[in-house]
Design a binder for this molecule. Sequence first.
Ligand SMILES: Nc1ncnc2c1ncn2[C@@H]1O[C@H](COP(=O)(O)OP(=O)(O)OP(=O)(O)O)[C@@H](O)[C@H]1O
Length: 610
Amino acid sequence: MTTRTSWADLAANSAAENVGVGSSSASNGAVGSTSGAGRPVYVPPHLRNRPPSAEPPAPTSSGLTSSNDRPGYGGSRWTAPRNDYNNRSGHGGSGGRLGGWGGRSGGWSRGKDREVNPFGNDDDAEEAFSEQESTGINFDAYEDIPVETTGDNVPPPVNTFAEIDLGEVVNLNIRRCKYVKPTPVQRHAIPISLAGRDLMACAQTGSGKTAAFCFPIISGIMRGQVPQRPLRGARIVYPLALILSPTRELSMQIHEEARKFSYQTGVKVVVAYGGAPINQQLRELERGVDILVATPGRLVDLLERARVSLQMIRYLALDEADRMLDMGFEPQIRKIVEQMDMPPPGVRQTMLFSATFPREIQRLASDFLANYIFLAVGRVGSSTDLIVQRVELVHESDKRSHLMDLLHAQRTNGVQGKQALTLVFVETKKGADSLEHWLCMNGFPATAIHGDRTQQEREQALRSFKSGATPILVATDVAARGLDIPHVAHVVNFDLPNDIDDYVHRIGRTGRAGKTGLATAFFNDNNASLARSLADLMQEANQEVPAWLTRYAARSFGGRNRRPGGGRFGGRDFRRESSFNRGGSDYYGGGNSAGGYGVGYGAGIASAWD
Ligand SMILES: Nc1ncnc2c1ncn2[C@@H]1O[C@H](COP(=O)(O)OP(=O)(O)OP(=O)(O)O)[C@@H](O)[C@H]1O
């Protein structure tokens, strides 16, 4: 993730760059169009390539898309040939290098609304192609991963991006990202979503879930019928897709990723999150939005101010879906999804993604889905084998000196010399500040991120960590999920979390995209309730479980963290477990198991959960 376009940076640069709405009068097309009053008029992706004289579609008052308006193989949208959106790109037009919208007259590349290249200045796609073989993901690491799908008529997986047929412009962006072939979750999830199906997908941390939900959304918007947004007040915006995530930094990261994937497609991605000035986000929204990436709190604010309508939403994605539906967020999510004007399940398409999906959350989540497919890549809630997990018995009062020893050892071994980064998780915000201070006092450049810091401080901390200026980041759980920070070599659980799923997400900040990583946990009596699930998880991931941890595990009584089956992680599609419980057959039918572990997780597991 880069925070280049964050409000903190923009605030710093505000004197140099006035991004005010009124200043876009130089633009005359797409998101940069202006009304007679000088206010930008949103032009949907499908019209942005039309000559300036083309009339926009007559607005309708209904605005709602119907269920058969959803994308699908062989669906009506294909009657507009897929080359359509490539041809619209203005090959040979002024400035249009490789398709997309860049070369159109009146396109949103003009003037103030020029689409910033999210790949930085390195826009040399050919260079990216030549590098891709050496920098791509280590796919061997995923070769044997078991995959299971349940649901009706599951579309078959693909092996290559070419098979998925996302269109030339998106394919070029995929190559710019140096993605050579789809990861397992992408191989399965993208065809399912492109077929218009709802999806609950569980795949290990760092395995490419972001692209798995972004590609179908972008492709769907590009192929879809021209959206006819209601004229119900000029200042309300009508996104076509909504991606919700639990933290501001994760929303920023998804926004950056989605901008890369949609570069020069004409699909406009906007982010809205708390802690940053809402007016700037409103201005950005008024310039046009197809995909809105947001945190729930800020979105509720925008909805209550009647500045965003969800009436046109065709795609809803919840990243870290289990977190979004746990007690903290569920009321807000229900408000957004069920109590505003969003089309219901079956009309919109819904995608839920996470690395962990407790059964009770699956049950809650099923309220938001229609005839969905459940996809598990690897075992639900498992950690990846790419992470070497160590757990050490450390008395509370010895933790700091123990951490110091670890960091010294890293230095001696030259890891930090190569700018490897260490992420240290603690329980409390106060604890984070205090440990950061102590590390700095002891000659270890550290910074901290937690919920009591201002958004500017949070973004600055992340930037400083990523750049290696402060190669140690002390964090609370605000940094536990989703953040994709290259070169995090070591995750230290200075304080272990209470929930094993939080542990899975925390250690998942290393060992990403086929790379290996190290996770060290400090364990003591305070963590006894986690012993069994931790031992099970480690065993499952072929890690060495210390004898003392096994003894702790034998003494513990399970509770929330107890995993079913004594180390056999189950808890996949809760619908199947229910059917197993009743002794019936798989009433959803269509279950596929690729990889050979799809049997034997039935009745025994269901009764052991919780
Ligand atoms: N097909 C691909 N080839 C190579 N790299 C990829 C591919 N897909 C994704 N990646 C890279 O893998 C990394 C991890 O992806 P991503 O952040 O989407 O993981 P995730 O599954 O969402 O993880 P988490 O559960 O922690 O949120 C990113 O750096 C992403 O750019």
